[in-house]
Design a binder for this molecule. Structure first.
Ligand code: PGA
Length: 262
């Protein structure tokens, strides 16, 4: 079983219309020749999805997908400020993040909300990256695997085995996001292995082996290669470094150079 490495660029609440278009164009230029064998997605802010999508389409690089950073759990109606899965599809989006730590810990999303969003996205036909990870306090209390288990079990509640090929997990220790601190490759590998074992328990060995598990949290060109070389790390979800086209491309390159898991 081979898992194709998957690298996502989460732009968060950065860029403006002009710089988002430029970043997309620069990324396409950087990735043109070097992205064979790696799946890539970029997650711009909502207002720039169409512009960025047009740049990607115009590039002819169909392994770079347009992603969105969030999705409403509701299909339509009186939900001021929300954006539905159908609207995202309409804008050319293929994949959404759910449960990013900033939404869990800054905005206050619960596991139940994350689960509802994930199911709404899958039902509409979007792929999903389910983000999980422990805070520093939880890590110091030895609760990393327990937190991941809780977030994944709750996040995937009601998701069928048949839907799992459209789900990627991103393990992002909260203390590593945007801090410059990265989990050691060994610590990250241990967490990823525990997540894969959990997927085997929840679904099957086959699904566990087929599901991509990205690492996120201060991944950059200097540490990407040793992270993606770990047997259970199948790419990365990149924040800060995804705003620098050369750095993002170097991370993609590291993922391409690592053999994937056979
Ligand atoms: P970072 O963000 O790479 O800036 O740490 C990762 C993420 O939030 O997905």
């Amino acid at each position: 079983m081979t898992r194709t490495h998957f690298v996502g660029g989460n732009w968060k609440m950065n860029t403006n219309h002009t710089s988002a278009a430029k970043l997309a164009g620069d990324l396409v230029g950087e990735l043109h020749d070097q992205a064979e064998g790696v799946e890539i997605a970029v997650f711009p802010p909502f207002p720039y999805l169409i512009t960025v999508g047009q740049k990607l389409l115009g590039s002819g690089l169909d392994h770079i997908k347009l992603g969105a950073q969030d999705v409403s759990q509701h299909p339509d109606g009186a939900f001021t400020g929300e954006v539905s899965a159908a609207m995202l599809l309409d804008c050319g989006v293929k994949v959404v993040l759910v449960g990013h730590s900033e939404r869990r810990h800054v905005i206050g999303e619960t596991d139940a909300v994350v689960n509802a969003k994930l199911k709404a996205a899958l039902a509409a036909g979007l792929d999903v990256i389910l983000c999980v990870g422990e805070t520093l306090e939880q890590r110091e209390a030895g609760q990393t695997d327990r937190v991941n288990k809780t977030q994944i079990t709750a996040g995937l509640k009601g998701v069928s085995a048949a839907q799992m090929p459209r789900v990627t997990i991103a393990y992002e220790p909260v203390w590593a996001i945007g801090t410059g601190k990265t989990a050691t490759p060994e610590d990250a590998q241990n967490a990823h292995k525990a997540i894969r074992d959990l997927l085997a328990e929840l679904y099957s060995g086959h699904i566990a082996e087929a599901t991509r598990i990205q690492y996120g949290g201060s991944m950059k060109p200097g540490n990407a290669a040793e992270l993606v070389a770990q047997p259970d790390i199948d790419g990365g979800l990149i924040g800060g470094a995804s705003l620098k086209p050369e750095d993002f491309a170097r991370i993609v390159q590291a993922a391409a150079a690592s053999p994937g898991t056979a």
